[in-house]
Design a protein around this ligand. Structure first.
Ligand code: V0D
Length: 254
């Protein structure tokens, strides 16, 4: 469907032009589900699925940038994922470091800005160091924003936002009754980002699972049975063009 991008890489520095990309989401959220099932189907350990999932994540970030998406949020580790076997959690916590060792140069050359959603202070020290380094390396960039949701939960994000607001009231910096929805956005981890337009979930589950619950209030939802490690540039293109069709239908009656 597209010009060849070499090994999935873009050759030019321009955004892909395509009629189906005329109306596109500014901010996409992705629930990267199905890594364990992908591994089991192949008789591999779960962590092999996570490693393959990391490759799919890299290709998805490239494709989002090539398609001119402004912001993508990737649900990498939820507040519930601590319940997994320790060995699996330990493997997962090494992935950010591995990812940036291989990808930071390309991300920087694309002008990508990295951000984190969720409570990163609870992560192991080596993971926190990667978080800090990636923020420092990309803070001056003005291209696409990539948000990694790490130790993230939507309810936890809302509780933290409410607590911050309550503290401002206690300190006399805010008063009860004059909070608008737009004001409230400023207390969330996604403060300052474009509104969430599209949520993609792979692997056949039709749930939000505590992902960006406030932000998803008006988002389009797109589900596929494709397992995350198999998710491709063409699948992303499908999701974005379906989004465009839904929006254009709306435009016809409004
Ligand atoms: C496993 C599919 C990249 C989801 C993708 C710690 C499950 C592969 C990262 C990553 C994970 C995170 C932060 C960052 C850079 C990269 C990652 C986790 C899991 C949880 F700044 N892949 N990846 N993080 N998987």
């Amino acid at each position: 469907m597209f010009k060849s991008f070499g090994r999935g890489q873009r050759v030019s520095a321009t955004t892909v032009e395509h009629p189906a990309l005329k109306v596109k989401p500014r901010h996409i959220g992705i629930i990267m589900d199905g890594n364990g099932r992908w591994a089991r189907k192949r008789g591999l350990p779960r962590v092999a699925g996570h490693h393959a999932g990391m490759t799919a994540m890299r290709e998805t970030i490239r494709a989002c940038d090539d398609f001119g998406i402004e912001c993508v949020t990737l649900y990498a580790f939820s507040t519930e994922n601590w319940k997994r076997p320790i060995s699996e959690v330990e493997y997962l916590m090494r992935l950010p470091e591995q990812f940036f060792r291989n990808e930071i140069e390309e991300l920087v050359s694309r002008g990508v800005r990295v951000r984190f959603l969720g409570d990163t202070s609870q992560l192991p020290p080596y993971t926190q160091e990667t978080v800090r380094n990636s923020l420092l390396r990309t803070e001056g960039n003005t291209g696409m924003t990539v948000n990694f949701a790490l130790n993230y939960g939507g309810r936890n994000e809302l509780m933290c936002a409410i607590e911050r607001y309550a503290r401002e009231i206690a300190d006399g910096k805010a008063s009860v009754g004059d909070l608008t929805e737009a004001d409230f956005d400023r207390y969330l981890d996604t403060a300052g980002l474009p509104a969430l337009d599209l949520v993609i979930r792979t692997s056949g589950e039709i749930r939000l699972s505590n992902f960006l619950i406030w932000q998803a209030a008006y988002a389009e939802l797109w589900f596929t049975d494709v397992l995350w490690p198999d998710f491709s540039r063409d699948d992303l293109f499908q999701a974005i063009s379906d989004y465009g069709r839904r929006k254009r239908r709306f435009g016809a009656v409004e």
